[in-house]
Structure formats: C-alpha cells, structure tokens
Ligand binder design. Sequence first.
Ligand SMILES: Nc1ncnc2c1ncn2[C@@H]1O[C@H](COP(=O)(O)OP(=O)(O)O)[C@@H](O)[C@H]1O
Ligand SMILES: [Mg+2]
Length: 248
Amino acid sequence: MEGTVVGTRRPDNHRVQRPSSKGNFVIAFENVAYSYSGGELLSDVSLQLAPGSFHFLTGPSGSGKSTFLKLAYAELRPTTGRVTLFDRDVTSLSRDDVARTRRRIGIVHQDCKFLDHLTLAANMALPFTVSDRESDRQELDELLSWVGLKHLADALPPQLSGGERQRAARARAVIVDPDVILADEPTGNVDWEMSLRILTLLVELNRMGKTIVVATHDLNLIRQAKAQIQARVLRIAKHRVQLAGADL
Ligand SMILES: Nc1ncnc2c1ncn2[C@@H]1O[C@H](COP(=O)(O)OP(=O)(O)O)[C@@H](O)[C@H]1O
Ligand SMILES: [Mg+2]
C-alpha cells in the first residue's frame, strides 16, 4: 500500500490525526463526491497520495478521470467532502492561494493546448509568464533537449507532429519545477514507441522525487511502468475510486 491509502475511514480519530499527518500527503480526498448536475459522477472518494508516489488512474471513458484530476488541482471544488492539497483544504483557498498552489502542480492536459501563433520556445515559457517569473533561455533549451525538441524551438505548434506536441506538453508541465505532475491521457494520440518515451520521462521525473498521477486506459503502458517503478493503479468504477489489485 505504499504511497496510497484508499478508502481509509477513521471516523473516530481522523481529526486528531490530521496535524501529525502534516506534510505526509500532497493530495488527499476525504469522502469526496462530485456532480456536474443531476446524479453523482464521483461518490465517497477517500484517498491520499504520498509525496514521490506514482499512480495511474484508469476507468472507462466518461467515468470521471479528467474530473478527478480537476478536483486534484482545484479547478473544481468537491460537491461534498474535502480535498486537501499540500495540507490545505481547497475550499479555504483564496484565488491567490489557488494560484500559488497550482505553481506546485504541473498539468499535462488531454488536449495539450498550445498557442499556435507563438513559437514552441515561447509556448514553453508561458508557465513563467503566467506565474510572474523570469524565464531562463538556457533552462528552456535544456528542457527542450531533454525531450528531444531543441531543434524545433522556433517552430510553430501546427508544424509539430502529435508525438512532438505531447513531449512539449510534458516539458512545459515541469518547467516551473512542480512537486506534482498530473497527466491526462498523455499517450492518447501517439504510437507505442512515443508512449514509451513519454512514460520514460514520467518515470525519470518520479525518480527525481515528483509525485505523478497519470490518467490512462492504456493497460500496456501501466504494465510497462510497473516493470520499472513501483506504480499503483487507481480505478474508477461505479462512481468510486478503488485501488486496483496486483493483477494488472
Ligand atoms: N463541464 C461539464 N459539465 C457537465 N458534464 C460534464 C462536464 N465535464 C464532464 N462532464 C461529464 O462527466 C462525465 C465524466 O467526464 P470526464 O471526467 O471527462 O471523464 P473521463 O476523463 O473519464 O472520460 C462525462 O459523462 C462527461 O460528459
Ligand atoms: Mg478524460
């Protein structure tokens, strides 16, 4: 169970335990439910992600993977229950607090959006721009080299292939050096070879101590990851998030 505690209920003492668990979890859900409208999409989700853990999040299309990730970076607030990021209840965060917290979370969106009129390098520097920090061209070049895209620094996003865009999205997610990386189907539209390269990047980041959550329904990718690192699998089924067995 290293890294995750799922479905743990301590109704009698969880309040008492909270102070001593300070710093122990980067993301914690406590009896969380979420509804867009009508019925609950996610119900009674309780789990805790430890720093440095690597989790996959699986479940059929429409089961709520993207929604779960949005709750985990405070884009959505739970309908009921509590989401805690870095030991702070998201419902207590001001807009500034949310912005500060997000700086510690790198997000790789499902659709990996880029601004088509800006060069790849300029797109990569956007997280600096939005967080009011100077971007460092050398650091940027190093990151682009790391994902094998340095030669494309001055290219416009429409000139990149799907795989190149994914790698750029990955690099952009880590450029402000977050503690947590949330990736939403990062291998959605790329071939197997490219999926492996993306996985390798995520594994490297995890070895550097970053907490990783990857939403995917690619079971081969999960198997491949498990051969390399200790990754846990969370599965959404019947509105709940369960820790999957070792059968994958
Ligand atoms: N903004 C929204 N408003 C209403 N319903 C939504 C919204 N976003 C997602 N949904 C619905 O919630 C369900 C789960 O969506 P999502 O979290 O994107 O699932 P997944 O990522 O697993 O495919 C889907 O039925 C989707 O249509
Ligand atoms: Mg999704």
